[in-house]
Design a protein around this ligand. Structure first.
Ligand SMILES: Nc1ncnc2c1ncn2[C@@H]1O[C@H](COP(=O)(O)OP(=O)(O)OP(=O)(O)O)[C@@H](O)[C@H]1O
Ligand SMILES: [Mg+2]
Length: 579
């Protein structure tokens, strides 16, 4: 709660002013029926009219002034509440976004992208709406109730005794309704989340859906999900339906009783007409405030689930702690794994890397080969500290990766991830992600090395070509080459290509490697590939199988000694022969 409230920031003053002005508004509203009573009973009631005209006029003017002031206070409190709640929402969004940017890969694995988007948008809007009404209603309703009850007792205490029965009856029914509604609303929001995930995953992968002709399946899935939201909302809203009728029944009953007994009292001259009028007005105000309490209750119920979800993000502990004060720089471009074990979960039984020991010298070119799921990507991700080892040490540039400031490490270690993406914007803007200060010459050189320059120049707008979201308007192989160029622009000491040329033809792939050999002599290069042709000319090749390093050697030595390598080689040669 404290964490969330700190998001109010400079809008705190509005969050205080809004309820303050509401209180002033309520005082005005409560005073009006009382003034009415004075006009009726003292101004008109005692029969000396028009001699008491002065009372009528004076009280009338006072009433008008109070009504106008009350209106102004109401408008101001509304304005402050809007300012406070929109500021609050912006604060929460910024704080969540900052937190998410600090998430490590392990943190990201925990949440789905769809869920994080919902937490940044819909959940924040829920909180904003709730906050806006709560800071007004939660002050207005109780104040109004207390003041109205006091005033009603002042007017006629014996008649007001009926409140002692009516208010607890209404309170209990409200409590029962809220209690029943709460779990139902929670369920409704969960169903809503699921529907949103269905929509998002469908829209993000709409091309795959079309390619597999899954339209009907996806439509059915969505309809089912949407139907579940519908049912859950019905179940939740149904409970609230009882709210208004009960409130109105009790209130009108009170009015009826007040009119009946009041009339008797007037006849017996123990109550005046104006008093009864004021009294009935107060009953109405109490009804109104109870309605507000119930609305605020619903808002709180609806937003508490969002509140919990946002708090979860804000309280998430980053799995990787950045060594912010560190000034250590890499001493060279060497890499060493010492007794490294790694598991994505806390359960070491599901170990993904087993006792890895490895040393890579500065400037070496290393190929990594192995079947799918043999943990190649996992191995290299530890070098840029996308994940921390479960046990053992990863040493880069003669220091444990944990000793560096993350920025220093990741500037030195450039990774072209297997699932790499481009962003909306021009090609040049995308390339500058690697280094925003890169000159045009540097960009062109990197693109030449990545064999991207020629196809970029063939586009009408060249480097200024707009890329669609995720780089949809370039081919798979072009996208991979742009990603390699983006990594090169960083001028890293270590570069890792994780299956980054899988969609590039063999001839271009070989040109990229030739350019690397020529222009990146001192850069330690790790190339993960499925094709042996992509790694056969590396200084050494690592062969991986089921999270283990099975063998390390040159292409020739592995062909002689490593059965897995021989198998892969033979099957790929066969593939070539059969073509
Ligand atoms: N984020 C993750 N959370 C949990 N398990 C994961 C995660 N990423 C990978 N794994 C698991 O770890 C194992 C190794 O995966 P990894 O991606 O390292 O294999 P790979 O050799 O790169 O495969 P490929 O050649 O298909 O890219 C697999 O069994 C995979 O299911
Ligand atoms: Mg992989």
């Amino acid at each position: 709660m404290k964490e969330l409230l700190s998001c109010l920031g400079k809008y705190k003053k509005y969050a205080i002013l809004a309820p303050l002005f509401v209180a002033l508004e309520v005082i005005g509203e409560v005073a009006i029926p009382y003034l009415m009573e004075i006009i009726v009973d003292r101004g008109i009631g005692d029969g000396s009219f028009p001699s008491n005209m002065k009372i009528v006029v004076n009280t009338g003017i006072l009433m008008a002034v109070i009504a106008i002031l009350s209106l102004i206070f109401g408008i101001l409190s509304g304005k402050f509440a809007v300012k406070a709640s929109t500021g609050f929402a912006a604060g929460i969004r910024t704080k969540q976004m900052e937190k998410i940017q600090g998430f490590s890969a392990a943190n990201m694995d925990k949440y789905s992208t769809a869920s994080l988007i919902t937490r940044l948008t819909k959940d924040v809007t829920n909180i904003q709406m709730a906050f806006q009404s709560i800071i007004r209603m939660c002050v207005r309703a109780p104040l109004m109730m207390i003041f109205s009850t006091i005033m009603a007792f002042t007017l006629n205490s014996s008649l007001a005794l009926m409140f002692l029965i009516a208010i607890p009856v209404l309170g209990i029914s409200l409590f029962v309704i809220a209690r029943t509604a709460y779990p139902r609303f929670n369920l409704m929001l969960r169903e809503y989340d699921e529907m949103e995930e269905t929509i998002q995953s469908n829209l993000i992968s709409i091309r795959t859906v079309k390619a597999f002709v899954r339209k009907d399946f996806e439509c059915n899935k969505f309809n089912k999900s949407s139907d579940e939201v519908n049912q859950a909302s019905l179940r939740a809203e149904k409970v609230l339906l009882f709210n208004n009728p009960i409130m109105q029944f009790v209130t009108y009953l009170c009015m009826l009783l007040a009119a009946y007994f009041g009339a008797h009292l007037i006849v017996s001259a123990t109550m005046k007409t104006g008093e009864l009028m004021g009294f009935i007005n107060y009953i109405q105000q109490i009804l109104f405030s109870l309605m507000m309490v119930s609305m605020a209750g619903v808002m709180i119920v609806m937003s508490s689930s969002s509140f919990k979800r946002i708090n979860e993000v804000l309280k998430e502990k980053p799995a990787i702690v950045d060594n912010l004060d560190s000034t250590i720089q890499l001493e060279d471009a060497s890499i060493e794994f010492k007794n490294v074990n790694f598991s994505y979960s806390k359960n070491l039984d599901k170990s993904v890397l087993n006792n890895i020991n490895l040393r890579i010298e500065p400037g070496e070119t290393i190929g990594i080969i192995g079947g799918t799921g043999s943990s190649k990507s996992t191995l290299v991700q530890l070098i840029a500290r996308l994940y921390d080892t479960t046990t053992g040490e990863v040493i880069v540039g003669k220091h444990n990766v944990k000793e560096y400031k993350l920025e220093t490490l990741r500037n030195a270690v450039s990774m072209v991830l297997q699932k790499n993406v481009l962003f909306s914007g021009t090609i040049k803007e995308n390339l500058k992600w690697g280094n925003e200060h890169a000159s045009d010459e540097e960009i062109i050189q990197a693109c030449k090395d990545a064999q991207a320059h020629d196809f970029i120049m063939s586009f009408p707008n060249k480097y200024e070509t707009e890329l669609g979201q995720g780089g949809v308007n370039v081919s798979g192989g072009q996208k991979q080459r742009l990603c390699i160029a983006r990594a090169l622009i960083k001028k890293p000491q270590i570069i890792i290509l994780d299956d980054s040329t899988s969609a590039v033809d063999t001839a271009t792939d070989s040109k990229i490697r030739a350019a690397f050999r020529k222009n990146l002599k001192d850069t330690t290069t790790l190339i993960i590939a499925q094709r042996i042709t992509s790694v056969y000319d590396a200084d050494r090749i690592i062969v991986m199988d089921k999270g283990n390093i099975v063998d390390i050697g040159t292409h020739d030595s592995l062909l002689k000694s490593c059965s897995i390598y021989q198998e892969v080689y033979t099957s790929q040669q066969k593939g070539v022969m059969e073509q």
